[in-house]
Write a protein of this length. Structure first.
Length: 245
């Protein structure tokens, strides 16, 4: 996202796999929407949680070397980044804020979990991010299940011009329901936070669950039509597509 002259990446992942090793684990189904070499200067990176499809060590190390951004992370991430050789890191608890220029980054509660191994489950916090400029605001939900706490985010920090919400990784419900929204739930979240334009994220890149890979955007479009939401308010972007906001 580009806001008030600040270029922001959310949970950047430029590797071929979402895995601790390069020879196994979920393989990328589509290339990154923008090649690393074509990135504009990156000033800020926000991390929602530590799963491998959201926090990729080679990617953040490469970004730190090439762009020297500031990394905004939830609690208890600094040690991990320090071990990766990255020191420009701001660690935030829920509802805490930091700024770059006129842009404010606020960590928000969401309903998820964390782990990078069997031995560090929930040792690091997870978060959504409200990013506010002088005139425009966006909400990046990261990974989350639906719960009623999103209304409080809307009341405290909304409304939001853009709301970026996951629409995939919801099957089977017995495993995924607590920590990932269905397309229908993502629209409830959108309403709760006071969203004006919905941006569908977290689909079509890594195959992490049991629903067909092309089902989430179709299901979202059907739910949005059923609720009377015009296409102009529900963005299902092609991979690599850019839109002005």
């Amino acid at each position: 996202m580009q806001l008030d002259g600040v270029n922001v990446l959310t949970d950047p992942q430029f590797s071929e796999r979402a895995s601790p090793v390069r020879f196994a684990g979920p393989r990328r189904l589509n290339p990154p929407g923008l090649a690393f070499e074509d990135l504009p200067p990156i000033h800020a990176v926000v991390i929602s949680h530590d799963h491998y499809d959201h926090l990729d060590r080679p990617t953040v190390q490469r970004l730190a070397a090439a762009h020297r951004p500031r990394f905004f992370v939830p609690l208890r991430f600094k040690a991990w980044f320090r071990a990766a050789g990255i020191t420009d890191v701001e660690e935030l608890d829920w509802w805490e804020s930091r700024t770059i220029g006129s842009v404010t980054f606020t960590a928000t509660p969401v309903q998820h979990w964390s782990a990078r191994s069997p031995f560090d489950t929930n040792r690091r916090l997870w978060a959504g991010w409200a990013i506010a400029g002088r005139e425009r605001r966006l909400f990046f939900a990261g990974d989350t299940g639906y719960y009623d706490g999103f209304r409080r985010i809307g009341e405290r920090l909304g409304p939001f011009d853009l709301t970026l919400v996951s629409i995939a990784a919801y099957e089977p419900p017995s495993v995924m329901a607590h920590t990932h929204t269905t397309p229908e739930e993502s629209l409830r979240l959108f309403r709760d936070v006071g969203g004006r334009t919905f941006v569908a994220i977290h689909w079509g890149t890594f195959d992490l669950s049991e629903e067909p890979i092309d089902e989430p955007p179709r299901r979202l479009a059907a739910a949005a039509r059923a609720q009377g939401l015009p296409d102009a308010r529900v963005w299902i972007l092609a991979h690599g597509e850019t839109r002005a906001w």
